[in-house]
Design a binder for this molecule. Structure first.
Ligand SMILES: [Zn+2]
Length: 61
């Protein structure tokens, strides 16, 4: 699932960084985030929703 990230919808880069939620970590992060290391665009979402949101955004055009 994580490997299905689309290229950045803003700059087209494939250098996408996915940060998974770590609810049991210290500190706990309930949100996942997908960010572009090229232009800094970032989308966050609960659990794995960031991936969904990112791909939806990327697929809009
Ligand atoms: Zn970008």
């Amino acid at each position: 699932m994580v490997n299905k990230l689309k290229p950045c919808p803003f700059c087209g880069s494939n250098k996408i960084y996915y940060s998974k939620p770590t609810p049991y970590g210290t500190p706990a992060h309930w949100l996942s985030s997908v960010s572009c290391t090229e232009c800094g665009a970032e989308i966050t979402g609960r659990d794995d929703k960031a991936v969904e949101a990112w791909n939806r955004r990327a697929g809009e055009e």
